[in-house]
Design a protein around this ligand. Sequence first.
Ligand code: MEV
Length: 420
Amino acid sequence: MKFYQMTPAARRAALVAEGALTPAAAAQLATSGALPAAVADALSENQIGQFTLPFGVCRNLVINGQLTQVPMVTEEPSVVAAASNGARMVRASGGVHVTTAPHLVTGEIVFDHLADLPAAAQLVAARQAELTAVAAAAHPSLVARGGGLRGITPSIVAARWLKLQVTIDPQAAMGANLVNTLLEAMAAVVGEWLHAEPLVAILSNQVPEQTVATVTLAPAALATRDHSGQAIATRVVALSELAQVDSDRAVTHNKGIMNGVNAVVLASGNDTRAVAAAVFASATSATGMRPLSRWWLAANQLHGELRLPLPVGVVGGAISALPLAQVASALGRWHTVAQLQAGIAAVGLVQNLAALRALVGPGIQAGHMALQAHALAIAAGATGSEIQALAARLHTKDLAAARRALAALRKEGQHDNHRH
Ligand code: MEV
């Protein structure tokens, strides 16, 4: 039986049998829909309940030669299906190759209203060693792990502000908290030197370093019932070229990539908004939005490349506090930031491929409608084999109509397993 046709329990058992999940992690997935009360209360002010989402898996995605099961958390029914479909298309050609850049975080300490900006900039430049000591004292354990301050660059912005751009190596953490700790400690000291109060000391969500995912595949892998793989590949390239010059299309092209990216980032317990902010910056150009990925044909192979800034970590904050983020991390084999970045970017690329193929082939609605009918059937109260049976009958998005159809189905007496 195919993975997607199994029950959730059978899927977990299959992952345990493959060695992708430990029995303990599988048991945790089966039972721990809710967070421990203390964790939920600690993670949010004014907490009054919990909001859960399905935990899915992008099946058998080959990333840098490794067969990987990538955890995804999302509410959109077609996303995990499309990612797994994309993973299947690229598998025969060796999967996705991902390169990552060193994981560094920058921040800024800014002063306004300084009388002599060049003198202030020179003073900071001359006293860098003292600031390095301040940063080390603010977070000694980071330095002990090999991280910490990597550089301070003073500059004058718009002839008004003194800006100190600070680069920090946060090691395995995403870095926001510890970077802000270091920046505030350093800002206080520089403020004393300049007899001025800093305007701001905060990290920047701008991430110049990119994670790059690439794939090369034979067009035949894209064939649909009605189109040859060659025809689909040619049309995928045309659609990719349209996104290069049409902002309307570029934004939606990127949304499809973010369907996958966001789902993996969320599963990992990382800050989805930090990733979204960084990606938004990298997708914006002087002429409008540009696509994060592109597809082209060369030597009769389809090539795809996705470039993403990915400010994420594998320890700290919610990542360590959320029990299912820990399970996701073990399933995705995210021991290092680079491994997590590779998982996110690889899913983003195959998600994009699956979307483009559907768009230029059968269209997006066929698959969406089937999955949405499935979700509506469940919302109407269908269980077990009723779900498929009811979904096949639904030509509506209306819940009340779906409930009536379920009642009719039950009346027919063919599907009585809801009583068990
Ligand atoms: C739907 O969630 C995502 C797509 O619109 C992406 C795209 O158009 O490339 C299918």
